[in-house]
Write a protein that binds this ligand. Structure first.
Ligand code: DC
Length: 232
């Protein structure tokens, strides 16, 4: 990369959207990136891809050294097709596989390993490109892009997040119990918020938005107002 392009990418503004699963941050991040013409980083997908590669290679999930090696050498690419972002692992579209329950569980374990987080750090920072980046995750504003001019922490009550997931799964014809979903969400929150490495928490300078009682359009408008105030 030339020095000018490098400088440019480091100066490109970043909007970080952090929060627990089901808060709507993935949807908001995508809408924002589309509306601003920015790049999009779904950092959770990197943890999911690491987990999938480990499961495919039958790697013991307690072997932290091996997990970090996998994270550091992942052959991945994000490809845009029909407005959707596909996750490609070793040339194969694994977008559906990385959303499977067993991969979600493994991703949550893999994400708690400090050496894995370290191995993925630069990879995430490499997504910063002109004209700007929307980064969605848990520690985008605290660890990966601490200098981001706009940081949002999007949350919603556990009950509301469980209900959204329930509706989503019902829509796909998957039958689940709302109570089980709520328990899963609480267990994941607990693990994400209490791990030692980069726990889920708002950055000190993040704007906290609660989407329990407001729709996606209103959340998007609030974030766009912040962007216009602070970036352009
Ligand atoms: O956002 P998601 O559900 O796709 O994330 C998958 C897992 O990775 C989840 O357990 C949280 C973790 N994660 C993380 O620790 N840090 C991030 N920046 C993004 C996701």
């Amino acid at each position: 990369m030339t020095e000018a392009a490098n400088l440019n990418s480091q100066q490109a503004p970043v909007i970080t959207i952090d929060g627990p699963s089901g808060s709507g941050k993935g949807t908001i991040a995508k809408l924002l990136a589309d509306s601003l013409g920015y790049e999009l980083l779904d950092s959770g997908a990197l943890y999911r891809l690491t987990a999938l590669a480990a499961l495919n290679g039958e790697v013991d999930l307690s072997d932290e050294t091996r997990l970090a090696e996998i994270a550091g050498s992942l052959d991945i690419r994000f490809a845009v097709a029909n407005g959707e972002v596909a996750a490609v692992l070793q040339g194969v579209d694994v977008s559906r596989d990385i959303r499977m329950e067993r991969v979600s569980m493994a991703a949550s374990r893999v994400a708690a390993v400090p050496a894995v987080r370290e191995a993925l750090l630069q990879r995430q920072r490499d997504f910063r490109q002109a004209p700007g980046l929307v980064a969605d995750g848990r520690d985008m504003g605290t660890t990966v892009f601490p200098d981001a001019p706009v940081k949002v922490f999007l949350t919603a009550s556990a009950e509301e997040r469980a209900r959204r997931r329930y509706d989503q799964l019902q829509g796909r014809g998957v039958s689940v119990s709302l109570r089980d979903l709520l328990e899963d969400i609480r267990a994941r929150d607990e693990r994400d918020m209490n791990r030692a490495a980069s726990p889920l928490a708002p950055a000190e300078d993040a704007v906290v938005l609660d989407s329990t009682d407001i729709g996606i359009d209103d959340v998007l408008q609030k974030v766009l107002d912040l962007v216009h105030e602070r970036i352009r």
